[in-house]
Design a protein around this ligand. Structure first.
Ligand code: SAJ
Length: 427
């Protein structure tokens, strides 16, 4: 079985490596020459637990190769990004998916299976089918041609958690959505090669919506927690205590407030639903707005705290978009810290054990990257933005002389009322 994985990013590369490990011959296709060269050396260009060893092994064994050219293959897996268009209206941009279809069309042969894995608005897989049909009128496409189609097309989203990708790629259940039941069965047989979780067949549109719904569900639940934190703040309540107590109810499970929602999926995918049904998707849209508003709320609160304590050095703990990972893209913590650095300059110190240097936007601000010990010794204001385990384990004793703003509720006891009381001013 020869497989082409199109797009060698956070999903495509681990997927290509896992498929290669299962014994298929895999060609990873990417438009970046640097990415292709890196992988063909057995190296990786992204950070993910254990991915380096796996890629090195399958490249050395010759089962994974990267290429700029689309090969002839039995299976094509499309794992390219689906960002927003630059219209400021959160319109999904499926241009990379369509470009992948354009590249596959000239080389695909009868019997091929084309799978879309990228997160997509409902209807995209059918649009890919239509594009392939237009470019290859000589091949029979599912639902278009009468008789047995030459090409099978399916939508099979991933649902892996960054930091646990290799494990979850294999063990999570998967939705396998075919344009027709026959397409779904063909895709199912492919996933059975390397997935240990249950693979459930459905149609392509249901599978597209399922992916969006999963992330919108989480976004709405986080928005509930973030809204509670702002209500509790106004009413002088400890939101963490209220959530802890409410979660003792057997059917209540409130998530954790934080400085907003980051990452590449949860803050993006709900907009794909809103775009498809703007009148109906009211809770989903509002949740997005609440989570974005929380980021600005934290920025305002942190800014006021720093301004009220002139001259006191500040430590911002964390830049990552969530705890215990080194992924700083689409991160509310990074956004907040960078804005504070721009406003307060060299008073701002960043503590981020997962970073070797500060991201570019800190460039000329005067802010510095310092280690935990230096922060604890020298900073009178501590703003916790990411609850890395390394930060959680700092004992209260070591923070006792600082004004603390804990946006994650990780430093229980002091400063866990979403910022305001009970803060203690630096002596
Ligand atoms: N967050 C909170 N409070 C919480 C939980 C999360 O503020 O109680 C924040 C995090 O700090 C982070 C953001 O939400 O900024 C997202 O983090 P996450 O851990 O919820 O999710 P991701 O973006 O790492 O991965 C999600 C997962 N989706 C779901 O859990 C429904 C993952 O399974 C998907 O595969 C992934 O999106 C994706 O690729 O779509």
């Amino acid at each position: 079985c020869k497989v082409a994985v199109v797009g060698l990013g956070y999903i495509g590369l681990p997927t290509a490596a896992i498929i290669a490990r299962s014994g298929c011959e895999v060609i990873g296709v990417d438009t970046s020459q640097a990415v292709v060269e890196t992988i063909n050396r057995g190296d990786i260009h992204i950070e993910e637990v254990d991915l380096d060893g796996l890629v090195q092994a399958v490249v050395a064994r010759g089962t994974l190769q990267a290429s700029l050219e689309m090969p002839v293959a039995d299976v094509y897996v499309i794992a390219v990004p689906t960002p927003f268009e630059k219209d400021g209206a959160h319109t999904p941009d499926t241009g990379y998916v369509m470009a992948a279809a354009d590249a596959i069309a000239p080389v695909m042969r009868a019997g091929a299976l084309v799978i879309v894995e990228s997160t997509c608005p409902v209807g995209t897989t059918h649009a890919v089918r239509d594009r392939l049909a237009a470019l290859r009128p000589d091949l029979a496409m599912p639902e278009i041609a009468s008789g047995t189609p030459d090409i099978a097309i399916a939508y099979c989203p991933e649902r892996v958690l960054p930091g646990r990708i290799l494990e979850e790629l294999v063990h999570n259940d998967r939705s396998v959505g075919g344009i027709t039941p026959r397409c779904a069965r063909k895709a199912l047989a492919f996933y059975k090669r390397f997935v240990r979780g249950e693979c459930v067949t459905t149609d392509a549109r249901a599978a597209e919506m399922t992916k969006l719904v999963e992330n919108a569900f989480r976004d709405v639940n986080i928005a509930f927690a973030n809204e509670l934190s702002m209500i509790a703040d106004k009413q002088g309540l400890d939101v963490w205590e209220v959530i802890r107590l409410a979660n003792r109810h057997p059917r209540v499970n409130i998530l954790q407030p934080g400085p907003g929602v980051g990452g590449h999926c949860i803050a993006v995918d709900p907009w794909f639903i809103v775009h498809g049904a703007p009148e109906e998707a009211r809770v989903i849209r509002t949740a997005r707005e609440v989570n974005d508003a929380k980021m600005h709320h934290v920025l305002t609160r942190a800014g006021a705290l720093i301004a009220e304590n002139p001259g006191v050095p500040v430590a911002c703990f964390g830049l990552a978009f969530k705890p215990n990972i080194d992924d700083f893209r689409e991160s509310p913590a990074r956004f907040i810290a960078a804005r504070l650095a721009r406003r307060f300059g060299e008073r701002i110190n960043i503590v981020e054990p997962y970073a070797r240097e500060l991201p570019v936007e800190f460039g000329d601000t005067g802010a510095r990257l310092i280690d935990i010990d230096t922060a604890l010794e020298t900073c009178g204001i501590m703003i916790l933005l990411v609850d890395h385990d390394l930060f959680r384990s700092i004992p209260a004793e070591e923070r006792r002389n600082a004004v603390v703003y804990d946006t994650r509720g990780a430093w229980g006891g002091d400063g866990d009322r979403d910022g305001r009381a009970p803060l203690r001013l630096a002596s």
